[in-house]
Design a protein around this ligand. Sequence first.
Ligand code: ATP
Length: 516
Amino acid sequence: MATQEETFKKIVAHCKEYGFVFPSSEIYDGLGAVYDYGQNGVELKNNIKRYWWDAMTLLHENIVGIDAAIFMHPTTWKASGHVDAFNDPLIDNRDSKKRYRADVLIEEQLAKIEDKMQKEVDKARKRFGESFDEAMFRQTNPRVLEHQAKWDALHERYSKAMNAMDLDELKQIILDEEIVCPISGTRNWTDVRQFNLMFSTEMGSTADGAMKIYLRPETAQGIFVNFLNVQKTGRMKVPFGIAQIGKAFRNEIVARQFVFRMREFEQMEMQFFVRPGEELKWFEHWKQFRLRWHKALGLGDEKYRFHDHEKLAHYANAATDIEFLMPFGFKEVEGIHSRTNFDLSQHAKYSGKKIEYFDPELNESYTPFVIETSIGVDRMFLSVMCSSYKEEQLEGGDTRVVLNLPPVLAPVKCCVMPLVKKDGLPEKAREIMDMLKFDFHTQYDEKDSIGKRYRRQDAIGTPFCITVDHDTLNDNCVTVRYRDTMTQDRVAISELHSLIQKAVDPKVLYKKIVEG
Ligand code: ATP
């Protein structure tokens, strides 16, 4: 059995080998934590974006989209708090010269304690079998209780230090916990310092007084500054939402784990504006809606969990993450935040403009409160890839690598293959392809044996292979081979469209989301 780490390495290699993700500017040895999506990656990514966008804008008549610019007036980032407070605590190891996030080092220490508890639980489950009561075991087993007490103490100390951004205390925790650098193995740490994550550049030439501007670290502010524009021109009534998909940039201190933590990435954000006092009800609503969106894809319900925030940003009154089980543990894929009226109030203050909504039902004006759902396209891409990648042992000792992608997200929906390159089969195959290509992303492949062609499509997650043989010319039927089961059916050409459509139709998922 491959370890999780080995599996992850294989997924990264697979992404490159099959045109999903390449390191950026690879011929120059790449650029740290920046990646390019290849011919299959971009299709998968676009399908993810389409699934999100339509779930927001088609399923909600009170949500509309925008596409704001990446560059924004620099005062935006003063008002939002990013200039002063978008910092991570960093620490260096003097021996390895490697840089880490102090909070991540401590969180990894907490995760190690959790692992120890889990191991005890797993051992006991094996021993007791069917009759095992996990909750009872966790409450009574002395070794688990000892670990739990350690975890609680560390967690409390850590939360306090983070809430107060007490950098000395963060360092002291690292020393007291005897956390070592994974590279050098030493505890020779520098002090903890704050590091601002925004990239900046200059707009205009220096001669006429260039202005320092930032590459946006989140897309949300483009929505806040356009609140009035959209509300007025769209005649939107609270509650309503504005959705956006776009690039964001963060100068991450530690960029690891492939597209999980990038310096240039893409976000899908939706800001939902509500009446003051109703925000927690809407927060709960959006938590559930967003989880249903994830689960409808069928990647496995057990792979998701909510992680409520201990440390709330000063303007938030509730926050949770949707975490997904990656090969390197449960990790945040999406954040759902109740941001009060902080952002709109700040922009009103810094711009001197009145940013309010007149509520005709209440006959009063107020600054709406905001619930935000914010998901990274790339992290979503990674969770889809990680849960779809399978190495299967086949009968006869053969193995195959297959991506069991949700068909709605698959980059290629079907591949048409003439059994041989003669006897009119290629022409017939082209005819079928022409029939399907306007509705489904379709490939044509006539090279190598049918078995090899199937494997190529398995590796990129194509749900259907359609083989044209000599009988096709007489009976107008083809062999359809299904990716997941590898079973085959004889199907009339006239049935192909509806067969594929049924499998890749996002409507089925949207219904699942809406009906709960
Ligand atoms: P983390 O704690 O992992 O740094 P965050 O809490 O700072 O993430 P948010 O600011 O809430 O993240 O951003 C919303 C979403 O944007 C995240 O849930 C994630 O999917 C995505 N995201 C944030 N930073 C990155 C990054 N560096 N690379 C890829 N995706 C990112």
